[in-house]
Design a protein around this ligand. Structure first.
Ligand code: NAD
Ligand code: UGA
Length: 438
């Protein structure tokens, strides 16, 4: 009987997933730990200032926090007490060394494994919740066994499929829960222990158990398939613009075929978020590693079309102003990578803003949920963000704009409030194909 869980990583996945597991399993004590004390402080702080904005999250945290859900920086204690340890740490694209720019950086996973080996005194079930390359479980097991003795570890793969903005409802009623485990008796026992936790609110038909490798690969493949649909429709948006076809009408017509389905066919300025690009690049890297160059190239094209779409959109604005954006004042609406989240990782807004700023535009930004300091922090990373450009870059904290003072408005996040926004008589660049139908 599982009574104690630890989750390493209190981010967009660790926080919301553990909050829902805690709500649905009041008999289990769950401790979410993180190496970043500020994040833990925020999780333990006022509900209106949780580190993540996610609809429905506050209510779940309110019902569970300090009852059976705890946020802590005491990693050794949480590991020692837990029977199951989830790894929900970040797995970004490597920036240096072999595979830089393509492969997943597993250093945080490796640190977790070392910590687990260091602080465990009893047998553990270790769960990969982070998205990892296929065969990572093998590496984790190696680290665990090399760094500890007389402790039995079972490694499970339990990838997360939630999307930001709908994380809580996705967790409460998922399409499926995937659990990959070793085929040995102890492996299957560990799988069943995890199945029982989910079965407290999810019907067993939706809990799919597989071998570890299928589960690890299914996560990368699912993200690749979703992103591929967006790149497919975005590529067709370029053809629509040349020919007079309407991309929304095209999406509808295509999606009504039940074999294709209507989801993920909304054309846009390009997909953003911390996962699609990094997971596809990781898939491309893996295919190359296994000598499958054609397969690698096929998936790489999904990312290339996404870059093309972002660039194409930015150039529409640049072309409109005949390549001279000096003294052109632009209002950017939306900085998050999609609506209903405060996450800005890989947001197309960042790419577009950089292009416009580089060409001399004066930029003002408004997003209803992203904090100004996060937007400024992002801009500080840009090489050319020197004093003169800084003066041309302002974040607005309210939506009462003198709309006529702008030369154009660029809509980059599909926040509902932007549907009824007062655009005045401005030229609007709608990166979400959002306003035409409204
Ligand atoms: P995140 O960056 O929001 O959170 C990761 C957290 O892990 C950070 O707070 C970091 O401080 C902490 N951390 C890193 N190494 C640590 C260590 N050794 N010990 C303690 N804490 C450590 O990342 P995220 O968005 O939650 O993503 C986590 C994983 O889940 C990634 O692999 C991602 O691909 C995957 N995933 C993300 C989403 C999503 O919507 N964001 C959805 C599905 C899967
Ligand atoms: C995505 C997947 O949907 C999740 O299943 C997965 O768990 C997650 O990645 C992950 O592994 O991190 P997320 O990135 O949070 O979730 O959000 P999505 O709704 O998938 O949107 C991603 C991007 O694609 C956004 O920029 C969104 O605006 C864009 N998008 C989405 C489109 O441009 N068109 C669409 O039709 C759908």
């Amino acid at each position: 009987m599982i009574k104690n869980i630890c989750c390493i990583g209190a981010g967009y996945v660790g926080g919301p997933t553990m909050a829902v597991i805690a709500q649905k399993n009041p008999q289990i004590k769950i401790t979410v730990v993180d190496a970043n004390p500020k994040r833990i402080e925020a999780w333990n702080g006022p509900l209106e200032k949780l580190p993540i904005y996610e609809p429905g999250l506050v209510e779940v945290v309110e019902q569970t926090r300090d009852i059976n859900l705890f946020f802590s920086t005491n990693i050794p204690k949480a590991i020692e007490e837990a029977q199951i340890i989830f790894m929900a740490v970040n797995t970004p694209t490597k920036t240096e060394g072999e595979g830089a720019g393509m492969a997943a950086d597993l250093r945080y996973i490796e640190t977790c494994a070392k910590d687990i080996a260091k602080y465990s005194k009893t047998d553990k079930i270790v769960v990969e919740k982070s998205t990892v390359p296929i065969r990572t479980a093998e590496k984790i097991k190696e680290i665990l066994n090399e760094n500890s003795s007389n402790i039995h570890y079972e490694i499970l793969s339990n990838p997360e499929f939630l999307a930001e903005g709908t994380a809580i409802s996705d967790m409460k009623s998922p399409d499926r829960v995937l659990i990959g485990g070793d085929e040995s008796e102890s492996g299957q026992k560990a799988v069943q222990a995890l199945v029982e936790i989910y079965a407290n609110w999810i019907s067993k038909e939706k809990i799919l158990t597989t071998n570890v490798w299928s589960s690890e690969l299914a996560k990368l493949a699912s993200n690749a398939m979703l992103a591929q649909r967006i790149s497919s429709i975005n590529s067709l948006s370029a053809l629509c613009e040349k020919t007079g076809a309407n991309i929304d009408e095209l999406s509808k017509a295509i999606g009504m075929d039940h074999r294709i389905g209507p989801h993920f066919l909304k054309a846009s300025v390009g997909f953003g978020g911390s996962c699609f690009q990094k997971d596809i690049l990781n898939l491309v890297y893996l295919c190359r590693y296994y000598g499958l160059e054609e397969v690698a190239e096929y998936w790489h094209q999904v990312v290339k079309i996404n870059d093309y779409q972002k660039d194409r959109f930015a150039h529409k604005i640049i072309d409109h102003f005949k390549n001279d954006l000096n003294k052109i004042k632009i209002l950017i609406l939306g900085w998050a990578f999609k609506a209903n989240t405060n996450d800005i990782r890989e947001s197309p807004a960042i790419f577009v803003t950089k292009c416009l700023l580089e060409r001399g535009a004066i930029i003002e930004i408004y997003d209803p949920k992203v904090e100004s300091k996060e937007i400024y922090k992002e801009a500080e990373k840009w090489d050319y963000f020197n004093e003169s450009l800084r003066d041309k870059f302002t974040v607005k904290t309210h939506q009462n704009h003198n709309i006529e003072s702008y030369d154009s408005v660029v809509l980059l996040t599909d926040w509902e409030i932007f549907k009824t926004f007062n655009y005045g008589n401005n030229t609007i660049f709608d990166g979400r194909y959002f306003l035409k139908n409204n």
